[in-house]
Design a protein around this ligand. Structure first.
Ligand SMILES: *Cc1c(COP(=O)(O)O)cnc(C)c1O
Length: 401
C-alpha cells in the first residue's frame, strides 16, 4: 500500500470465528461486498441465503425476522420502520384502484386515516365494520373487497372480536373465493393467542405488529413487522416493501433482539398489573365503565375467554375507563394532569405507565351503544408496582372535585 489512508480503508479485518456470547453481533451495512462480478450478477436480493444491499437485510435483521416468525408461528417476515409503515406496506401491496378494504370501527386510528387519505385519493374505497358483529362484516364484503383488517383487542376501547367467526366469514366470502385477512397483532404480541393457528383450521393470512410496543419494551424504538405463512403473499409484500425503500437501523434491530428474551415475562407482568388496576377501578363510583377484555362485562369478553382464556388467560397491559358523564372534560383533564407515576404520552409497551384521554365521539361515529357516555382515558401499565400505581390513580381522582 503506497498510502496509509488506503491501508486504513482496505484493512485486513476478518469477522471473529470461535467467539460465542449471549447476544449476536450487530451487522450494519448499506454496501455489501461481492467477491467477483459473477457473484454480483447472480445473487438474488429476494433470496435470504445471501446478502446484496443493506436495505434487503444483514445477518442482524435476518435473525430478528426469524425470531418473530417463531414468536408468531409464521414463515416469512419483513421489518418496517414503524408499525404504521407495516400497515401502509400491506395496504399498498395488496390494494389497487377500484378495490375496497374493510377496517374494524375500533381499529388503530392511523390505519383509518390512511384509508381516508391516500387510499381514497387513489380510488381505493373503505368501509368500517362492527368488530363485535361478524354478520356485519359478512354483509359488507363484496366483489371489490380485497383486504379485511382485524384487530384483537381493538385500540382504545378494547372490544375483543370473535376472530374465528370473522375468519370464517373471510374464508367463505365471494362464493368461497375468500378474501385476504390481515391482523394487527400488536395487542397480542404473539403471546395472547396464535394468530396463524386459531384452531378449527382457521388462521389469518398475515399479521403486522408494532414492535415499538412490547417487543422493544423500552419506549425508545420505532419498528414494525409483517409476518406471513405463504411464500407467494410474502413476495407480493416484499416487492412493494423493496420499491418503497423501507429499511430499519441495525442498532434498533439489536435493541429489539435484546428485549425479546424478556418479552413473555414483561407481558405477564404488564397484564397482571393492568387487571389489578382495572378491577380496582370497577369499584370507583367516578367511572361509569371499565374496559378490559378479561372483565366479564367488557365487550367481547366471551370471545377473549375462548381464545386467550386458558388458565388465568392472557392480555396486554391496557385498560380504559369512561368517566361518569357528570364529569366535564376539563375535570377529566385535571385528573390526567394530576397523575404522577402515569405519564401523559402515546404508545405503550415500555417500563413507564402512560395515560391518554380520548375524545371517543370524534373517533366513533355513531358512538356504539355498548360504550357508556362520558370521557374516556386509556391507561397502559408499565412495570411499576401495582400498589404504587393504584395510589397514583386514587390521589389523581381527588382532582375531579
Ligand atoms: C402503536 C400501534 C401501531 C403503530 O405502531 P408505530 O410503531 O407507533 O407506528 C399499530 N397498531 C397498533 C394497534 C398500535 O398500538
Amino acid at each position: 500500500m503506497s498510502d496509509k489512508t488506503t491501508g486504513l480503508i482496505h484493512h485486513p479485518y476478518v469477522p471473529p470465528e470461535g467467539f460465542a456470547a449471549p447476544q449476536p453481533g450487530v451487522f450494519k451495512a448499506s454496501t455489501v461486498f461481492f467477491p467477483n462480478v459473477a457473484a454480483m450478477r447472480s445473487r438474488e436480493w429476494k433470496d435470504k441465503t445471501g446478502y446484496t444491499y443493506g436495505l434487503h437485510g444483514t445477518p442482524t435483521s435476518y435473525l430478528l425476522e426469524e425470531r418473530l416468525c417463531a414468536l408468531e408461528g409464521g414463515a416469512q417476515c419483513l421489518l418496517a420502520p414503524s408499525g404504521l409503515a407495516a400497515i401502509a406496506t400491506v395496504a399498498l401491496s395488496l390494494l389497487q384502484s377500484g378495490d375496497e378494504v374493510l377496517i374494524p370501527d375500533n381499529a388503530y386510528g392511523p390505519n383509518k386515516a390512511l384509508a381516508q387519505g391516500e387510499l381514497k385519493d387513489w380510488g381505493i374505497t373503505h368501509q368500517y365494520y362492527d368488530p363485535l358483529d361478524p354478520q356485519d362484516l359478512a354483509r359488507r364484503i363484496g366483489p371489490k373487497t380485497k383486504l379485511v383488517w382485524l384487530e384483537a383487542a381493538g385500540s382504545v376501547t378494547l372490544e375483543f372480536p370473535d376472530l374465528r367467526e370473522q375468519l370464517r366469514v373471510c374464508r367463505n366470502a365471494n362464493g368461497g373465493a375468500g378474501v385476504l385477512s390481515a391482523l394487527d397483532n400488536t395487542w397480542g404480541a404473539g403471546l395472547a393467542f396464535n394468530a396463524f393457528d386459531l384452531g378449527r383450521g382457521l388462521g389469518v393470512d398475515l399479521t403486522i405488529q408494532a414492535l415499538t410496543k412490547y417487543p422493544s419494551g423500552g419506549g425508545d424504538v420505532l419498528m414494525g413487522s409483517i409476518v406471513t405463512r405463504d411464500p407467494g403473499l410474502h413476495i407480493r409484500l416484499k416487492l412493494t416493501h423493496m420499491r418503497l425503500g423501507l429499511g430499519v437501523g441495525m442498532n434498533d434491530v439489536e435493541a429489539v433482539l435484546r428485549s425479546l428474551p424478556s418479552l413473555a415475562l414483561r407481558y405477564r407482568e404488564h397484564d397482571r398489573t393492568a387487571r389489578a388496576l382495572a378491577a380496582w377501578c370497577q369499584g370507583c363510583a367516578e367511572f361509569a365503565q371499565v374496559l378490559h377484555p378479561a372483565l366479564p362485562d367488557s365487550p367481547g369478553h366471551a370471545a377473549w375467554k375462548t381464545l386467550c382464556g386458558a388458565e388465568e388467560g392472557r392480555a396486554a397491559g391496557l385498560f380504559s375507563v369512561v368517566f361518569d358523564a357528570r364529569y366535564r372534560p376539563a375535570q377529566v383533564d385535571a385528573f390526567c394532569d394530576a397523575l404522577r407515576l402515569f405519564k401523559l404520552g402515546y404508545s405503550w409497551g415500555g417500563p413507564i405507565s402512560l395515560a391518554v384521554p380520548y375524545d371517543l365521539d370524534s373517533m366513533r361515529q355513531p358512538r356504539p351503544a355498548h360504550l357508556a357516555p362520558g370521557t374516556l382515558v386509556r391507561f397502559s401499565t408499565g412495570l411499576e408496582a401495582a400498589a404504587d400505581l393504584q395510589a397514583d390513580l386514587a390521589q389523581a381522582l381527588l382532582a375531579l372535585r
